[in-house]
Design a protein around this ligand. Structure first.
Ligand SMILES: Nc1ncnc2c1ncn2[C@@H]1O[C@H](COP(=O)(O)OP(=O)(O)OP(=O)(O)O)[C@@H](O)[C@H]1O
Ligand SMILES: [Mg+2]
Length: 288
């Protein structure tokens, strides 16, 4: 009887642990640069905040950190500041007036994967603390895949691949799909077509990529939706505000809201927590 009670308590404890760590994690990436990843990270993030979620965006663009610019806010710090100064991760999280939280990026992120074991442990401990505090992490990755961004991509629940309808962007997106399809830890990928002239163009672009991935890579990709090319986006960028705030009635804002719902619908459950998965990848190194 005692044994049974113990087993039951243990089961409940594990259940509580798992549900506490059920942060949803999405890595937003692209082949070609400048296709709208950061704008989508910020506006999707804001949409989830408006739905009542606690959202943290991590700017993992090593080349050009710009999430803070799109939010018109100064970043308190980055993951690298946290590691260099051994700060608690909360010290480098900036709260935007909308309620969206973010951690700034920076070129020093490159160091992340050449850290000594103590700093790696500090990083993982800090990250795992965050898991219970948020409903969602969004990783804004730079264009293409680097050793650094790849680990986050592999540990995330899913990948949102962004392309525009331009052939150069589509070709680069296919290259990313090819790479992901060959990874041992390949993730479910959904496709978002940004800057589409109209919905039909977005759908056609997605269909051709999805079919190519299916036929030549035997890799299944889902379609999250398309965002129209909309002058409201550039205007909002200049105003340093997310377009969801600056132009809530715009076509782009409506499309982002719709995509946020679709993205959530296709999510699958993970057995381990995000930090556990990331930790395993750090330890193993980057073997496809
Ligand atoms: N739907 C859209 N309609 C019109 N313009 C857009 C749209 N999406 C993005 N843009 C334009 O593209 C620019 C680049 O967007 P963004 O910085 O989000 O791209 P990115 O993929 O994050 O770039 P990088 O690869 O450099 O990180 C924006 O400043 C904006 O002017
Ligand atoms: Mg960007």
């Amino acid at each position: 009887m005692n044994d049974q009670a113990f087993m039951l308590r243990e089961k409940m404890r594990r259940h509580r642990q798992l549900s506490a760590s059920r942060v949803k994690t999405t890595a937003i990436c692209s082949g070609k640069g400048g296709v709208g990843k950061s704008n989508l990270s910020v506006n999707l993030g804001l949409e989830y905040v408006q739905r009542g979620e606690r959202v943290l965006i991590m700017d993992l663009d090593i080349g050009m950190a710009n999430v803070h610019l799109l939010l018109g806010a100064e970043a308190k710090g980055s993951i690298v500041t946290m590691l260099d100064q051994e700060l608690p991760i909360q010290d480098v999280i900036t709260t935007h007036h909308t309620g969206l939280h973010f951690i700034g990026g920076g070129s020093a992120l490159k160091q992340l994967f050449s850290l000594n074991i103590e700093k790696q442990n500090h990083f993982h401990r800090q990250l795992s603390q965050l898991e219970g505090m948020y409903d969602r992490f969004i990783f804004d990755l730079g264009a293409g895949l680097t050793l650094e961004s790849l680990q986050f991509l592999k540990a995330a629940d899913d990948v949102l691949l962004v392309t525009t309808p331009e052939p150069t962007s589509v070709t680069d997106a296919y290259a990313v799909l090819k790479y992901i399809s060959q990874l041992k830890e390949n993730r479910p990928v959904s496709l978002l077509v940004n800057r589409a002239a109209h919905e039909r163009e977005g759908r056609r672009t997605a269909e051709s990529l999805i079919q190519a991935a299916d036929k030549f890579l035997a890799f299944s990709v889902t379609f999250t939706g398309s965002i129209p090319d909309d002058t409201a986006v550039a205007k909002a960028v200049k105003a340093q505000q997310p377009f969801l705030l600056h132009a809530p009635g715009s076509k782009a804002a409506k499309a982002v809201k719709q995509a946020a719902g679709v993205l959530d619908g296709g999510r699958r459950k993970q057995e381990s927590s995000f930090t556990e998965r990331l930790k395993r990848l750090f330890i193993k190194g980057d073997s496809p």
